[in-house]
Design a protein around this ligand. Structure first.
Ligand code: OOG
Ligand code: MG
Length: 262
């Protein structure tokens, strides 16, 4: 750790304020170029503690920057991990208010819910397969608090990996009989196809992202508890949206997830 406790607390307030008041800020590594990974996750943990202290439940965990398209879009090479809170959830087919957001983008994500705890190190796709209760589709709405979505990895980790809103589909499926690698995803904005991919775009298999999350938490003495909703990361590049846009994502075997931005 390179930052002291006060600086971590101040940066958590700074970034969470930007989220809650929907205004952008410059990336924090500009003022704190020496901050390290532990500092970045400590800031994110402090943001989570504040939300939970206010009674906002943590609704799930997320992996981000896990697809080759996302890594290329953001110019980075390492996945990152964050969380989503209950107040960020919106219903399938519902409206999302852009006045509460800075510069939202949508991502199509293959998600799982666990039925057994997963703990690294040494967690692998086989262990994840055994621990999956069911698979669900979701759309994540990311909204980096950083000006023009320009950041480096430590800044984005501190900013809870741009987590902002999420919409979970209503069709769940058992994992047996599904091949997540060949599962097709088609993202439509205002009725036009704007991106498409198969699950293998995420690290070869979206379950690899879950194993990496378990290994990341294991290194810090934590685990993915049973019953956890885990988002494995956008399969395509993220697509900018604004008020008036409708988004519909078709997931092979898992139905569609849609929303309207107002
Ligand atoms: C970071 C969050 C990325 C994903 O699914 O790749 C993410 C960002 O691109 O702002 O959630
Ligand atoms: Mg995401």
């Amino acid at each position: 750790m390179k930052l002291d406790a006060q600086t971590i607390a101040d940066l958590a307030t700074h970034l969470e304020d930007a989220e809650l008041k929907a205004h952008d800020v410059t990336k924090i590594t500009d003022a704190h170029p020496h901050m390290d990974w532990d500092d970045a996750y400590a800031i994110q943990d402090e943001i989570r503690r504040r939300k939970e202290g206010r009674g906002q439940r943590t609704a799930g965990l997320k992996a981000g920057l896990t697809s080759f398209a996302k890594m290329k879009q953001m110019g980075v090479e390492t996945p990152v991990f964050g969380f989503v809170s209950d107040y960020m959830a919106r219903p399938d087919g519902g409206e999302i208010k852009t006045s509460e957001l800075i510069h939202p983008k949508v991502e199509a994500e293959i998600c799982i819910v666990t039925k057994a705890a997963l703990r690294g190190p040494g967690c692998h796709v086989g262990a994840v397969l055994a621990a999956v209760d069911f698979v669900v589709p979701a759309v994540e709405i990311i909204d980096s608090r950083y000006r023009d979505f320009k950041f480096d990895l430590k800044s984005v980790v501190a900013d809870n990996t741009s987590a902002s809103r999420f919409v979970v589909g209503s069709r769940m499926r058992a994992i047996d009989g599904l091949d997540l690698r060949t599962l097709g995803v088609v993202l439509e904005k205002n009725g036009e196809i704007v991106a498409m991919a198969a699950g293998a775009a995420v690290l070869g298999n979206p379950l690899t992202a879950v194993a990496m999350l378990a290994n990341h938490l294991g290194a810090r003495g934590q685990e993915i508890p049973a019953g956890t909703f885990v988002m494995t990361g956008g399969v395509t590049e993220a697509i900018s949206v604004q008020a008036g846009d409708s988004v519909n994502v078709r997931f092979q075997d898992l139905g569609s997830v849609s929303m309207r931005f107002v």
